[in-house]
Design a binder for this molecule. Structure first.
Ligand code: UDP
Length: 321
């Protein structure tokens, strides 16, 4: 197949590209390299089935060229990372909403199937644990910039389903805290990356709040597997799926595990949220996926336990030192 991956130089995108090429597809990546890196794709540059285009999804003429003869697009290009939402909500909204509109409109025009990467952030502060795809979404007020991302992605999903009513073959996937090699080494937007860097430098773990908030960390191989299933299964069309590991871990526990696995001497430094993100910041206290729908319809099951995934991720960070 001729496949387009938007955001393919990014952390999840580049792993997806590795897999798509390994099973024989023709892959084009479009990425503006704002966060993505050529280093993530270096190994494919000499592959004739691979093409890299540096550019923004916000340019319809370029996107039209790229989507004309593609059968499937994995749309991963987006502004992602809590610090970005707080610092530049305008960029979050513009890129995520306008960019997705461009992709969906052209996909509908050219009869191209779409997998839209969305997020577990969509569920916000909901207390309906575990989060199921048809469950509530509970977001805070619009002046709390953190929610700009969830809102932009929710609008993307609405757009996707609106186009689906007009015949577009689209699947939405909601990632739950993916981690693994190639995470932004600055630790921008991922607690896993931040803690590993802090551990390797024997710096204190910066635990926000009391550290009792939880996440379900999902190893990259599992995130990619769910993504591929969403783009490959007929039953996925018109549906939305949680793609995550169900193992719930508190941030404090994560710090302890990273400390153990790295043999670090890092202590823990508790930082009030407002000190990090400014006044009025809100954080989901728990985030746990119900993955039964993905399991039943796609055969998806996260396989890599946190300890094993962290070991591999730590090895990658070490190799970069
Ligand atoms: N967090 C933390 N210390 C850090 C970075 C993040 O305690 O240095 C916390 C953050 O406040 C949140 C959780 O870790 O409760 C996950 O944060 P992340 O930015 O990885 O993504 P989120 O799940 O919030 O989208």
């Amino acid at each position: 197949m001729n496949i387009l991956v938007t955001g393919g130089a990014g952390y999840i995108g580049s792993h997806l590209v590795d897999r798509l090429l390994s099973v024989g597809h023709q892959v084009t990546v479009v990425d503006d390299l704002s966060v993505g890196k050529m280093a993530n794709l270096q190994r494919h540059l000499s592959d004739k089935r691979f093409r890299f285009i540096e550019g923004s999804i916000l340019y319809p003429t370029m996107m039209d060229e790229l989507m004309k003869d593609c059968q499937l697009v994995y749309h991963l290009a987006a502004v992602v990372g809590v610090k970005y939402y707080v610092e530049d909500p305008l960029k979050v909204i513009a890129t995520n909403v306008r960019g997705t509109e461009v992709v969906l409109e052209l996909a509908a025009l050219h009869n191209c199937r779409v997998v839209l990467a969305s997020t577990s952030e969509i569920y916000g502060k909901s207390s309906q644990i575990p989060f199921s795809e048809d469950g509530l979404r509970v977001l805070g007020p619009t002046w709390v910039h953190r929610w700009s991302y969830a809102t932009s992605k929710a609008l993307d999903e609405h757009l996707a389903f609106a186009y689906a009513r007009r015949g577009l073959q689209v699947t939405v996937i909601r990632y739950f805290n993916s981690y693994g090699p190639r995470l932004d080494p600055r630790g921008y937007g991922s607690v896993v990356a931040k803690f590993i860097i802090q551990a390797l430098q024997n710096q204190p773990f910066t635990v926000h709040g009391d550290g009792q908030q939880t996440r379900c960390f999902t190893y990259i191989e599992d995130s990619v597997e769910g993504t591929l299933l969403a783009g490959g299964e007929e039953k996925a069309i018109g549906e939305v799926f949680n793609i995550g590991n169900s193992q719930e871990t508190s941030i404090q526990e994560l710090a302890e595990l990273v400390k153990e696995l790295t043999g670090s001497e890092s202590s823990t430094l508790h930082l009030p949220y407002q000190e990090v993100y400014g006044p009025g910041f809100e954080d989901p206290p728990r985030r746990v996926p119900d993955t039964s729908k993905a399991n039943i319809l796609l055969g998806f099951q996260a396989k890599v336990p946190l300890r094993e995934g962290l070991e591999k991720t730590i090895a990658w960070f070490r190799s970069r030192q």
